[in-house]
Write a protein that binds this ligand. Sequence first.
Ligand code: FES
Length: 145
Amino acid sequence: MYSEKVMDHFTNPRNVGEMENPSGVGTVGNAKCGDIMRIYLDIDENHIIRDCKFKTFGCGAAVATSSMATELVKGKSVEEAMKVTNKAVMEALDGLPPVKVHCSLLAEEAIHAALWDYAQKNGIEIEGLKEPKKDIHEDEEEEEY
Ligand code: FES
């Protein structure tokens, strides 16, 4: 049911850990499943993401999507990182089962939350970036009913 890439990133996740003095850090959760993801970004003076770490208290798909998301944003500018959507992460993982799509949303939102933190601290605006939610489940409910 899971692709080889998902299994690989789940059993051998990249960029796990924490960061001291990150340029931006973002934490989001999904109250429905109880999973939480935190992403740390180290961003240089040219707004390029030098390094990225994550901690995920969640399901296997959440671990795999955070791992892939950190790989995808590394080396990118903050504007380019906005294009690392949950769809892009899922594609890079060769897909996720439909019931696990929400897990990839957590990765997208955690990146946005970390970028938002960075933008706030530095008084800059990143195109297309809106203030993130702490709990992405609120959104899902609106879509479901
Ligand atoms: Fe909630 Fe995967 S089940 S993030």
